[in-house]
Design a binder for this molecule. Structure first.
Ligand SMILES: *Cc1c(COP(=O)(O)O)cnc(C)c1O
Length: 474
């Protein structure tokens, strides 16, 4: 086709044919590395583009060398992985856009162990018959929360959907107006409820909801009572919310279950680690909740998953809902979750083995030492015109955990010199973009007239330093 193209043969006989191109050593090598089809497709696309340019009278480089280079670049771009590791120096530890909890080594090993081949995911080895994939984590979830039973789905949004659809399809669910939350990324409680087939009955007001608001909303059509942990904001000042115990009692008086979307789902006492208090799953169940749902990749520190713990009879109903099949997790998630939960067996080593807790409890002196080691190196690399300083900063846990609590940390700030000069904003944006273009992109935060790197989450200093020489165009 390319050799008989009238334009290339009549007007631009210089355009090499596809066959001619593929005989070039560069492309022949590329072909043996990446396979014939991809190189062929990109070579054709490059030739098409060249012809198009020439047809429009534009000047274009039709040399063999130039074409080979461009085809190689095209193939490289197609094969480049889009999803890749980055350095999260934003100060938000559990950053949803950056994939939330970093996994423990034990979880990573467990995942790769099952990834390669067949596993007993749904096979009971002792009995020699079909098993349930939840079996791999259920006992541990019960042990850590005090629940009778537990199940796992793809994320906490799925967990909420499954609970509501199972317990209150075509029925009413009263929820406090102060809890009709939106979590980033289109999780809006009223919409989830509608999709679950429930009719939301708003009770109380934004800042105050009382038990009587709920009791007045009870009808024969009520399906369940639900509390939603207001994870990513707080209602402060003149406020009132109904305690779990009262809501549980009201639900039980009407023969209905009481369910709680806890969101973050701490499994241990965070205060014992020097962190702000966060209601645990065990506490919530102890206050009368029949089901509690929470995320696997928030404070728990595991893979993305939605966990539901609570009464055995209700968990059994969830498992029978066809939606459970649609929302189930794969063997890798199960492996990572099972390995993560086992780390909780030893609270003394948990803090060092589980990256989420290790980062959240990282001593300031440690972070300061990182800053002192890296400041001169970064300053040297950036040269005059930019000043690198060590400065205290505040980060946050993220993912809706303890939204108003800030984590004191230490960071590096990079400011263009002289300070206050016009055009500094553009310079900072270009600098931030240069850091994002590194082989392992470095993500910080621009505030005021500086680029900030919170060093709390920087553990692999060597890798971070090693790529600084590749920083371009700052
Ligand atoms: C985070 C959160 C969710 C959503 O959980 P995902 O695991 O992100 O799906 C739902 N409800 C609450 C209260 C949350 O904090």
């Amino acid at each position: 086709m390319s050799t008989t193209d009238p334009i290339s043969t009549q007007n631009h006989g210089a355009i090499p044919s596809l066959d001619r191109l593929l005989r070039e050593p560069v492309l022949a090598q590329l072909l043996s590395r990446t396979g014939r089809q991809l190189v062929l497709e990109e070579a054709r696309a490059e030739l098409d583009q060249l012809r198009g340019n020439l047809r429009q009278g534009a000047t274009a480089d039709a040399s063999l060398d130039g074409l080979c280079r461009r085809i190689e670049a095209r193939v490289g771009a197609v094969l480049q992985m889009s999803l890749q590791p980055v350095f999260n120096l934003t100060g938000t530890i559990l950053h949803t856009n950056l994939g939330r909890a970093p996994l423990a080594e034990e979880a990573i090993e467990a995942m790769s162990a099952v990834a390669r081949g067949a596993t007993n995911l749904e096979f009971d080895l002792a009995k020699g018959k079909r098993g349930d994939r939840d079996d791999h984590v259920e006992d541990w979830l019960c042990r850590l929360t005090g629940a009778e039973a537990a199940t796992v789905v793809n994320n906490n949004a799925a967990a909420v959907l499954l609970m509501l659809n199972t317990l209150a399809n075509r029925r009413e669910v009263p929820v406090s107006r102060g809890e009709l939350i939106e979590i980033g990324g289109a999780f809006r409680m009223p919409e989830i409820m509608r999709r679950a087939g429930c009719r939301l009955v708003e009770v109380g007001t934004t800042n105050r909801t009382h038990l009587r608001d709920f009791s007045e909303a009870m009808t024969p059509r009520t399906g369940t009572l639900m509390k939603v942990h207001t994870s990513n904001y707080v209602v402060q000042g003149f406020t009132a919310e109904v305690p779990d115990t009262d809501l549980a009692a009201l639900a039980h008086d009407h023969g209905l279950p009481y369910i709680v979307d806890l969101g973050s789902g701490a499994l241990i006492d965070m205060e014992a680690l020097g962190l702000p208090h966060e209601t645990t799953v065990r506490e919530t169940l102890g206050q009368g909740a029949d089901l509690v749902s929470f995320s696997g990749d928030k404070l728990l520190g595991g893979p993305q998953a939605g966990l539901i713990a609570g009464r055995a009879e209700l968990i059994a109903r969830l498992k029978k809902n066809p939606l459970k099949r649609a929302l189930r997790v794969d063997k890798m998630t199960m492996a990572a979750l099972a390995a993560t939960l086992r780390l909780y067996a030893d609270p003394d080593t948990l803090k060092t083995k589980l990256p989420t807790l290790r980062l959240l409890t990282r001593p300031l002196a440690d972070i300061q030492a990182v800053a002192e080691r890296l400041r001169p190196i970064l300053q040297e690399r950036l040269g005059e015109g930019l000043e690198v300083e060590i400065a205290p900063c505040t980060g946050q846990i993220g993912s809706g955990s303890l939204p108003v609590e800030s984590l004191h940390s230490i960071g590096l700030t990079i400011s263009p010199l002289p300070r206050g000069k016009r055009g500094a904003g553009g310079k900072l944006k270009r600098l931030a973009s240069a850091f994002r273009a590194l082989p392992a992109p470095v993500l910080g935060r621009i505030t005021g007239d500086a680029l900030h790197f919170d060093l709390r989450c920087l553990e692999d200093e060597t890798a971070w330093r090693a790529q600084l020489s590749e920083l371009r165009g700052e």
